[in-house]
Design a protein around this ligand. Structure first.
Ligand code: HEM
Length: 284
């Protein structure tokens, strides 16, 4: 019974036995922690459009959280030799990335003047300091120790990124599996320092050529190779949509994070995550 003094209307018949009293049990909002999530938008200005900017970033960070959750799982499965099991997980990873790519069209509705009206309120804050994004890049082998620098003031985050920097990337564990399946991978590649960015290796390319020439024999690896292609394709699209939206909104102004802005982001478009998977195409 509700203790408030108001008369409550009777629930419509179609609701059948819908639970309506959550004084003693967990509701939808309780389960999802909605009070915290929906209380986490704190615009710094009085400008209407700042809410879009905040929610687009927060939603992206939530998708990145799930992406990392799935990527860690996929890496563990592959490390344990369960390649087939990892395919479904990576299929989900791809869908999440596609979702992140398509969401740029919402932010593209922000006009330059709308952004200017609250941009100064961001201070030096920028996606450049997204630690989840850095972890994703590290997971894909794009290791860069300098990217830890903006996180020295938050020791727990810096420690976590340091750990990720030294952990094998998703691609590293796939290459180890290739060696376990008898494909000749150079010892230098297998023993490479995981904190260094992925460098193209001739033995890895030769191994992928074998996989692609005999997909029936190496079916699980072949499927993994194509999944990685899908993922890098989606990542390139994300970077491209980002830089395009940025140019549309701020032109060639410097970023709030302090880089040269669009020019910096254009350089990042040239990043190659899984080099041998691209180069093998010319060798087939
Ligand atoms: C109007 C919206 C946006 C503008 C104008 C913008 C601008 C920029 C600029 C100029 C940079 C370069 C670093 C700097 O100097 O600040 C950057 C980096 C970055 N931004 Fe955005 N951004 C926008 C939206 C977003 C959104 C929605 C996300 C999603 C999380 C995001 C994530 C990132 C990331 C991860 C980087 C680092 C990229 C890298 O180092 O390769 N940005 N952004």
């Amino acid at each position: 019974m509700c203790p408030c003094p108001y008369m409550h209307p009777a629930p419509p018949q179609q609701w059948h036995d819908a639970q309506l009293d959550f004084a003693e049990s967990m509701s939808y909002g309780d389960y999802l922690g909605l009070d915290k999530v929906l209380d986490a938008q704190a615009p710094r200005s009085q400008q209407h459009n700042e809410m879009l900017f905040i929610i687009q970033h927060q939603a992206s960070e939530l998708w990145m959280k799930l992406l990392l959750h799935e990527l860690r799982h996929a890496r563990q499965l592959i490390d344990h030799g369960q390649l087939g099991g990892s395919h479904r997980v990576l299929a989900r990873v791809l869908r999440i990335m596609e979702q992140m790519v398509s969401s740029w069209s919402i932010l593209a509705t922000l006009s330059p003047m709308e952004f200017i009206s609250f941009r100064s309120d961001l201070g030096q804050a920028s996606g450049f300091q997204s630690y989840q994004y850095r972890e994703i890049e590290f997971m894909f082998g794009n290791k860069n120790r300098a990217m830890l620098l903006p996180h020295q003031h938050t020791p727990q985050i810096a420690r976590n990124l340091e750990r990720c920097l030294h952990s094998p990337s998703l691609y590293d564990v796939i290459i180890q599996q290739m060696a376990r399946q008898g494909l000749p991978i150079a010892a230098l590649r297998l023993d490479a320092d995981p904190s260094e960015p992925t460098r193209s290796d001739a033995s890895v390319e030769a191994a992928w050529v074998q996989v692609y020439q005999q997909p029936e024999r190496y079916w699980d690896l072949y499927q993994l190779g194509e999944k990685l292609m899908d993922i890098e394709d989606a990542f390139r699209q994300w970077r491209f949509r980002h830089v395009t939206v940025v140019e549309r909104v701020i032109g060639f102004k410097k970023g709030t994070g302090g880089t040269e802005g669009v020019e910096y982001l254009r350089k990042m478009l040239g990043t190659v995550l899984f080099p041998e998977l691209w180069s093998l195409r010319s060798s087939l």
